[in-house]
Write a protein that binds this ligand. Sequence first.
Ligand SMILES: NC(=O)c1ccc[n+]([C@@H]2O[C@H](COP(=O)([O-])OP(=O)(O)OC[C@H]3O[C@@H](n4cnc5c(N)ncnc54)[C@H](OP(=O)(O)O)[C@@H]3O)[C@@H](O)[C@H]2O)c1
Length: 324
Amino acid sequence: MITPQHRIHSGFGARSTATEVLEGIDLAGRLAIVTGGYSGLGLETTRALAAAGATVVVPSRRRAHAQEVLSGLDRVEVDELDLGDLDSVHAFADRFLATGRAVDILINNAAIMACPETRVGPGWEAQFATNHLGHFALANRLWPALAAARDGARVVALSSRGHKRSGIRWDDLQFEHGYDKWAAYGQAKTANSLFAVHLDALGQDAGVRAFAVHPGGIMTPLQRHIDRAEMVAAGWIDEEGNYSDRFKTVEQGAATSLWAATSPQLIGLGGVYCEDCDIAEPTVPGTPEAELSGVDAHAVDPDEAARLWTVSTQLTAVDAFAAA
Ligand SMILES: NC(=O)c1ccc[n+]([C@@H]2O[C@H](COP(=O)([O-])OP(=O)(O)OC[C@H]3O[C@@H](n4cnc5c(N)ncnc54)[C@H](OP(=O)(O)O)[C@@H]3O)[C@@H](O)[C@H]2O)c1
């Protein structure tokens, strides 16, 4: 069954908070994995899931730092993971699978944004590799644990409004020509959304549903590569450094991921792009609204999603759904 890419009028909105979307939801006995769950939106997501009773595993590339940030939270476990290094992804997956536990919620939250041109692994562009390929390999390796979830698992892939900056560049996936930091972020965030579309298609028979999420604009360490002049030019801050009032708080920014991961309103649905705690509307190209909200067709196209899945299996040599 294909879920329509249209609002369901959830009753929540852009200013809904993590606490509000989790009200009345009991996650006792559930296990969640939140990549990057020790900074920005991920930290708030970890806090909220743990407060609702879940055990939360936070794989991190700065273990000691993550342990310090998360100390004092009940049921939170820190492990190691560098998404830009496939060996590290395999090592984390091996350690987790060896525990024999199921994964009820996987939130592919970690990312880098608009960094200077950087190469990782076999020369891959770092944003595509970290934001997409690392999470692709992680979810595929964790597939047995996702499929083992008692009441079906949910996978949430953090995408972004940034998907509007680029579709998948099939002729130059790794930006070997003409690196552009925003186009590279756009391609990676389109890839995150397409990943959710195809994982949902593959996984729903096993009860695993996937959602892509744009959390809104939130000031976090994600903006570390953007200098002040660029933020002023983009209207994110004024000359005095005051934030635009269109930014959400971190509590509001984490709400859509948490809603997608837990809401009973989404039972039986999946494979769609969400924003402001609802399923997003598809954009009408050329309209002013299309620049601000909604999802562009290239980020939810099932054929593009299937093609990206195949290419990602070839690049990572990981494929949970390969014919035996
Ligand atoms: N903030 C926004 O306005 C906004 C808007 C749209 C979409 N998003 C999306 O929301 C998600 C969360 O962003 P955020 O704003 O919370 O950013 P953030 O505070 O910078 O958090 C990102 C996390 O990802 C981790 N990470 C980066 N590279 C990694 C790697 N190679 N391996 C493992 N972990 C890695 C970071 O680890 P370190 O702390 O060790 O660097 C950090 O914990 C991202 O997917 C982002 O694209 C954010």
